[in-house]
Design a binder for this molecule. Structure first.
Ligand code: PGA
Length: 246
């Protein structure tokens, strides 16, 4: 499977940084055996897709409805309208800050699938859950309740992002990543049959140019969701380089 490396800019970036997006787009052309995308703040997507129409851009959330009286929200159809092809759903920061539940993620995923977006659904355990030995149970429950059966006909990926690894500089042991990704793969195969064998499973949480090769070499790690290290070409391109060499 080709590796899929997606940057998550979170709430970072203003129009003056579209030039830096250009540096990433240009650099990524060197690694054309890797699929690459950037999930930007909603305010930057149109500028990015206009300037770099051949590259993959996405949003970081969407509403479950197509339109309506939902002040401050953006729908999947609106993301698609400005040229996005991807959307991240159920990121742990949204689950924590916006109190998103699995059922919310499930509804949003159906909407994003209907809009034709490639959906990246995030799952991950907290530090307390890991210490209590609940990691696998938590992940499997999140998958069961956040990933709709209707995604069988859509493009989607799962991102395993341990909450305690995000932005912390801490990463799980390679064996721990292998165990969780193996459990996610087994779940996907059970639910989606042969199609579940080729759903990309991304790892996210403090991935960078130094640790990418080791993490991306783990069985069932098909790519990465990169936060801090995706904000500049200088940091992001080494991750793409590592992916291209596997
Ligand atoms: P990080 O973020 O790479 O900065 O840890 C990853 C994410 O939250 O998607």
């Amino acid at each position: 499977m080709r590796k899929l490396i997606v940057g998550n800019w979170k709430m970072n970036g203003v129009l003056t940084q579209v030039d830096e997006i250009g540096n990433i787009v240009k650099g990524a052309q060197l690694y054309d055996n890797v699929d690459c995308g950037l999930c930007l703040p909603a305010t930057l997507i149109y500028a990015a897709t206009q300037r770099f129409p051949a590259f993959h851009f996405g949003g970081q959330d969407c509403h479950k409805d197509v339109k309506g009286a939902h002040t401050g929200c953006v729908s999947a159809a609106m993301l698609k309208d400005v040229g996005a092809g991807l959307v991240i759903l159920g990121h742990s920061e949204r689950r924590a800050d916006q109190h998103e539940k699995n059922a919310d993620v499930h509804a949003k995923a159906i909407a994003a699938g209907e809009a034709g977006l490639h959906i990246i659904i995030c799952v991950g355990e907290t530090e307390a859950q890991r210490e209590a030995g609940q990691t696998e149970d938590v992940i499997l429950a999140q998958l069961s309740d956040s990933v709709p059966d209707t995604l069988a006909g859509s493009k989607f990926s799962i991102a395993y992002e341990p909450v305690w690894a995000i932005g912390s500089g801490k990463v799980p042991l390679i064996e721990e990543i292998a165990t969780v990704h193996g459990a996610i793969r087994a779940h996907l195969k059970q639910r989606f049959g042969d199609a579940g064998a080729v759903v990309p499973i991304l790892y996210g949480g403090s991935m960078n140019g130094d640790n990418a090769a080791a993490i991306l070499g783990v069985p069932n790690v098909d790519g990465g969701l990169i936060g801090g290290a995706s904000l500049t070409a200088e940091k992001f391109l080494p991750v793409l380089k590592a992916a291209s060499q596997l």
